[in-house]
Ligand binder design. Structure first.
Ligand code: 5AD
Ligand code: FES
Length: 349
């Protein structure tokens, strides 16, 4: 098995493509030595393109109101214990200004699907950010919207959109979401975003309930064919007030292995070492960077709301001021030989 897996890793390194069955073998057959070889190739690849730099994105969690009821998520609408909040336009702009002075040149507005954030309101916020800081990129992560809405937000100046596909396996998708949500619509949204001209990010959780090596192989094949500019992956972590409360979390090991695979599939991709990875292991984000990731998204949300944006239990960085998180990340990266840069951090083509 080891020999077969080693061959597949070398093939992936050269051709950036495997069949779905080969991806499945790569996952099922992995062992310590294969993992180590894969990680070294992934780091070599990322260093050839991005050297030792790490891009930072200022994450602003604008609302935890959500009309959806995804089974895994702590801010799902049926979690009545969740204390709901939304930031005012002024709160958001104040976070951006603070982030700018801390060296951020990309801001990610993330939130649940909250009807309060109409196109008009969001266009106003995007306009204000772009006119105050023309050297910055704005990324949106606000779930499924209409094509017309995506277009208006793009025309207002949004540069990028993150919409995790969650799983590329329709049967698996239906086990993670209520019947009113559709796999086809999620994929349709990603196509629209691409068509409109956004830099697009997809992504999925590692170790989510009912996930198999076959569903992960579909995720990898999807990343290969869709060729996103960004891909957010992190371990699933149970939230105590969801139907998946008793499920196991995903592992650091498999998450890092998949980060390396994705780096080899698409060498120039923007790949974050996520907060979830930092939550399942105290050095998870470092391990992610050392597996081929090149982005970190420190939290810029006001301290008063940090704990409320609780997608999963024990989320890190809920008690730290933004400036503290930035310092912490810089020190963590320096300790492993990487450098955080002040840069929009666009994908290198
Ligand atoms: N564990 C890990 N990640 C989660 N997300 C939502 N709930 C969880 C959880 N319990 C991820 C989803 C979503 C992103 C914003 O956070 O992939 O797209
Ligand atoms: Fe937030 Fe370390 S990154 S405290």
């Amino acid at each position: 098995m080891d020999k077969k897996v080693n061959e597949l890793i070398l093939k992936l390194n050269e051709t950036h493509s495997l069949t779905e069955a080969e991806y499945e073998t790569l996952i099922i057959g992995r062992g310590y030595f294969a993992g180590d070889m894969l990680r070294k190739l992934a780091v070599k690849t990322r260093k050839e393109i991005y050297s030792d730099t790490v891009f930072i994105r200022g994450l602003i969690e604008i609302s935890n109101f959500c009309k959806n009821d995804c089974l895994y998520c702590g801010i799902r609408r049926s979690n009545s214990a969740c204390k709901r909040y939304r930031l005012s336009d002024d709160d958001i702009l104040a976070c951006v200004d603070e982030g700018y002075s801390l060296g951020f040149r990309t801001f990610v507005l993330q939130g649940g699907e909250d009807a309060h954030f109409t196109d008009d309101r969001l266009c106003g916020i995007i306009n204000a950010i772009k006119s105050g800081h023309p050297d910055c990129a704005v990324t949106l992560s606000l779930g499924e919207r209409t094509k017309e809405s995506y277009r208006r937000l793009f025309e207002a100046g949004a540069d990028r959109y993150l919409l995790r596909h969650e799983t590329a396996d329709k049967v698996h998708y239906e086990k993670l979401h209520p019947a009113e949500m559709s796999f086809e619509h999620r994929m349709q949204c990603l196509e629209w975003l691409r068509e409109i001209g956004y830099q697009v990010g997809c992504g999925f959780m590692v170790g989510s309930p009912h996930q198999t090596a076959s569903s992960l192989a579909k995720d990898l094949k999807f990343i290969e064919s869709f060729s996103p500019d960004m891909c957010g992956i992190g371990p699933f972590i149970p939230h105590s007030a969801t139907p998946f409360a008793g499920c196991d979390a995903g592992t650091v090991e498999l998450t890092c292995y998949l980060l390396s695979v994705i780096r080899l599939i698409k060498p120039n991709i923007l790949l974050p070492a996520t907060t979830a990875l930092g939550t399942v292991h105290h050095n998870g984000r470092e391990k992610g960077i050392e597996s081929g990731a090149n982005v970190i998204m420190p939290n810029l949300s006001p301290l008063s709301v940090r704990k409320k944006y609780e997608l999963y239990d024990n989320k890190i960085c809920t008690g730290e001021e933004s400036a503290q998180c930035v310092q912490c990340i810089k020190a963590r990266m320096e300790r492993i030989g990487y450098t955080v840069v002040t840069d929009r951090g666009d994908i290198k083509k």
